[in-house]
Design a binder for this molecule. Structure first.
Ligand code: PLP
Length: 462
């Protein structure tokens, strides 16, 4: 029986040259249509073997519509916008920091035509791409010099390669970690050409441990800010100031990898333990590295600030040419950094900072408005709840920010079904499941996304 049905399936050539096949080939390429048909035939074969008793009418209008819908889905852009309802503000998988309007405008202005990327308008001669952000970065951090590469992992790699290649770098065993996005510090250090000397223990590293490990070949002392983890309990580590004194005395370079890049000391009780870049510079770190798209709230970038002669040495390293920032990111970074300068209020203008510092009452108002609209649907059961959001992106692993969520239930759908349906809409919505309930966290839902959010939910419950 199964064998007989299997023999009735058309060959790919026959199906392609049939009337529906020809019609599809006027809209899509021959290769795309063949690919989708092949997939359908393979699925049918599998289902027949599993006991399917009837072949669907492959020449029917309904089946034609099915093939056409699949072809459109394949054509859909792979990288698309989504609504972040997870409550994790700097969500690496969702693209980290949403950009400020000013940054988007700058990308448009700089890239829709030509720009002065490496052209000095005053002299009419060749300029440097680094100059566009260097003075802003030195003003904002108090450092003598600054350099930008394409991400913070690259910043650490190029800094170590410049100063510790064929030499030694000291690092505490408590800081040999993976910092999200498979950035494993030991792997990066090894690729820099530096020999890693592990110091101390996982929970305790003293100044003496560093001093004892220091030798003829030591070039760099690397200190990593514990951004996405905490070692708690019986712990000890020297202060940055103590590390500065030691490295100055021994004439080695002290690099602090901060990761998150908090530029201003704004009053948020959820970010208190996060040091500012200016603080590290002020304490005397020779170089400080941080990301452009974490707390800073800009595009992907790796920023190195510190002593001018060291920054110059990194600029001369051919590796920094291979890791240079592109003009889109540079335009966005330039515009984002300007938002930190008076009279701008970065807490209002930079989405990440706005979300971290937004009043809970405001978040609740947004959630309440959406709740009212959702209640009109008989299939939906929903209510408000108090919950906590997180800064994410390797900042503050433990400090939650009070928030308001909508608990959403749809008749006939499990929380996982609902989450899947919402991911499959034209503008996907990514929520989270807490205590077996699907929830939408309004701290990370941008005000301008509210209308689209309702449309996506209505789409998902059809
Ligand atoms: C996130 C992070 C990095 C990696 O930054 P990318 O910009 O993603 O390359 C490096 N160091 C620390 C401490 C971090 O938190």
């Amino acid at each position: 029986m199964t064998q007989k049905l299997l023999r009735q399936l058309p060959s790919i050539d026959k199906w392609l040259s049939s009337e529906p096949g020809n019609a599809l080939c006027t809209e899509f390429s021959h290769g795309e249509v063949a690919y989708v048909m092949r997939e359908h035939l393979a699925n049918l074969r599998k289902n027949l073997e599993k006991g399917l008793k009837k072949i669907p009418a492959l020449q029917s209008d309904e089946y034609f519509a099915l093939l056409r819908a699949d072809l459109f889905t394949r054509r859909r852009k792979s990288l698309r916008g989504t609504i972040n309802a997870t409550g994790i503000i700097i969500h690496t998988n969702l693209g980290r920091a949403p950009l400020a309007r000013e940054a988007l405008r700058a990308i448009n202005e700089v890239t829709r035509g030509y720009s002065n990327l490496e052209f000095d308008l005053e002299s009419g001669k060749r300029g440097s791409r680094h100059e566009h952000v260097e003075s802003l970065l030195t003003q904002l951090t108090g450092a003598e010099g600054a350099l930008v590469v394409n991400n913070c992992a690259a910043a650490v790699l190029v800094a170590l390669n410049t100063f510790a290649r064929a030499g030694e770098v000291l690092i505490s065993r408590g800081e040999l970690v993976e910092i999200g996005g498979s950035f494993r510090l030991p792997d990066v250090i090894n690729r820099s050409g530096a020999h890693m000397i592990e110091v101390g223990t996982t929970n305790k590293t003293t100044l003496h441990d560093y001093a004892d490990a220091l030798g003829e070949a030591t070039r760099v002392l690397l200190s990593i800010h514990p951004s996405n983890y905490r070692i708690v309990g019986f712990t000890a580590k020297p202060s940055l100031r103590e590390l500065v004194k030691l490295s100055n005395k021994k004439k080695i370079v002290l690099i602090e990898d901060l990761g998150s890049g908090k530029l201003i000391d704004f009053k948020s009780s959820f970010l208190v333990s996060e040091p500012t870049v200016a603080h590290s510079v002020g304490q005397g770190a020779d170089l400080v590295t941080f990301s452009g798209d974490k707390i800073l709230g800009g595009p992907q970038a790796g920023i190195i600030v510190g002593r001018a002669e060291l920054i110059d040495a990194i600029k001369r390293n051919p590796m920094s040419r291979a890791m240079r920032i592109d003009k889109l990111s540079l335009a966005a970074l330039n515009a984002t950094l300007q938002l930190y300068m008076p009279p701008n209020d970065p807490l209002k203008k930079i989405p990440v900072l706005r979300m971290i510092s937004e009043d809970k009452a405001n978040v609740k108002r947004r959630a309440t408005n959406v709740l009212k609209k959702l209640k009109k649907h008989s299939a939906i059961e929903c209510s408000l709840d108090d919950d906590v959001s997180y800064a994410g992106g390797g900042s503050l692993p433990m400090n939650g920010i009070p928030t308001t969520v909508i608990r959403l239930q749809v008749k006939g759908l499990t929380p996982n079904d609902l989450a899947k349906r919402l991911r499959e809409t034209e503008l996907p919505v990514i929520g989270r499941i807490t205590n077996d309930k699907f929830v939408l966290d309004f701290r990370t839902i941008l005000p301008r996304d509210v209308t689209d959010l309702i449309a996506s939910i209505e789409d998902a419950i059809q």
